[in-house]
Design a protein around this ligand. Structure first.
Ligand code: HEM
Length: 219
């Protein structure tokens, strides 16, 4: 916030109060809402799939036993990495984005005139049956093979958007998720509290309708 308040352009102009307000709202949504949605859906998915949680926990225990530094450990979690990829495939924190057509073009027989606004849908892209077998299943193994490594960098997998306006906080967010998730699975167990609505509401970001109620226990 202090950076935004003191930032000046070439003419020494600062942002107006209204522009500051808008920038801060963007950062709160982009930097906080998205990440808390990803971590909430991770807690839910791991509670629903105890075998996957157990495998994540084993990986963390092996890393602790190997005595790696925290940075080395954060870069040596192949299974947790796949779980995080799959979590953002199934429940992308941002469901889509807007683009303006800069030049008339054609795609699959449809013409897109210059100046039109188009919407790209991340959630639908991540459930393309031609690319993802049984797309509604939470299955980190789909990111296991060499083909899957390419997949996570392709246009079929875009939790952070794509192109020039791709998420600025992508690597920071990935780091935060790895730190949070590794501590969570290593040090805590949790249970879903009964009688809550686990269906997602999606605007502005996906969260279970009752906000996800769990009991945490320190291990
Ligand atoms: C799991 C976490 C996150 C997800 C899934 C996510 C996703 C996205 C998506 C889909 C976009 C739109 C990209 C596009 O238009 O193609 C975006 C933009 C952006 N994100 Fe993130 N984001 C996350 C975390 C963060 C964090 C932690 C920050 C900052 C600390 C951040 C800052 C931004 C900014 C500034 C933009 C606008 C970039 C631009 O318009 O040039 N994001 N993000």
């Amino acid at each position: 916030m202090s950076q935004l308040i003191t930032a000046e352009d070439e003419q020494g102009q600062r942002l107006s109060i209204d522009e500051l307000r808008q920038q801060l709202l963007v950062l709160l949504f982009a930097g906080h809402g998205t990440l808390s949605s990803a971590l909430t859906s991770l807690c839910l998915n791991l509670a629903l799939y105890p075998d996957i949680l157990a495998r994540c926990r084993d990986e963390q225990r092996q890393l602790a036993a190997a005595g790696l530094s925290s940075i080395e450990a954060l870069n040596s979690m192949p299974y947790l990495e796949k779980v995080l990829l799959e979590n953002m495939r199934l429940v992308p924190p941002v469901n889509g984005g807007f683009r303006k057509v800069s030049r008339t073009c054609e795609f699959k027989g449809y013409q897109f005139p210059e100046g039109w606004q188009v919407v790209y849908m991340i959630g639908l892209t991540h459930r393309e049956t031609e690319v993802y077998e049984l797309p509604d299943q939470f299955n980190p193994e789909r990111f296991e093979s060499a083909r899957a490594a390419d997949l996570s960098r392709s246009a079929h997998y875009t939790p952070f958007g794509s192109g020039m306006r791709e998420c600025l906080g992508r690597e920071f967010a990935r780091l935060e998720m790895r730190i949070f998730a590794s501590r969570l699975v290593r040090d805590y167990s949790w249970e879903l509290i009964e009688s809550q609505d686990l269906d997602y509401t999606v605007i502005p970001v996906p969260v279970p309708k009752d906000g996800l109620k769990v009991h945490f226990k320190k291990l």
